[in-house]
Design a protein. Sequence first.
Length: 246
Amino acid sequence: IGSRRQRRLMIATSVTLGLAVLVSGTAWLLWSSRDVRNPLRVLPLTTLTGEEDWPTFSPDGEQVAFVWSGVERTNSDIYVTIVGTFDYRRLTTDPAVDYAPSWSPDGRQIAFLRTARVEPKLEQARQGRREGGSGRIHLISPLGGSDLKLSDFPVSTKIGWSPDGRFIVAGRDIRAGDGTDPGIYLIPVFGGEPRAITRTKPPAWHFSPAFSPDGHRIAYASCILSGPHRPSECDINVVDVDDAFA
């Protein structure tokens, strides 16, 4: 009886070791068979002359909206390019500065900011955007056509969409100077008044919000102003929201 138990134990041990070797060998083959001849590469999306910034992918990842200053660097407008090509499509032509494009979740609209003032030169326009030119939210189709001003709500920088596409989330520009709390707000796309999501404690300033994919959290930047419109001591905060985005 003892010898039988020993034989069974030896057989079980051999099977276990054999399985371990098989799994290890399979893992090694999978690892060693990876294509090391094609390492990751950095490829340009655009090759335009001038300043290009504010890139953002479409929801399907096949297009990129961005801002280009033009060859003469005299005006910033919104453009779209298809990934893998160097063709581009101009969406805006307004003499004001257009920036901060953001795709709607269904890919049918691009929201962007347009400065309230018109500047003759790009550098002056950028300076005006920092020192006095609040942005206003506009909507345009990625196929082109006329744009629509959504609201007179003054925005400083980066905007985002709620996952259901019913709201745009934005930080109120502290430079508006009307005493309204410079927190994070929801701006209805289909009509209605902006609704506050966060409240600040002076001299704090909230901006650059972004929804989580499930729509139950909003991340945003919070800065303490150390001087006139000059942020310092910035942090990233997250606030929970319910199904009604409250």
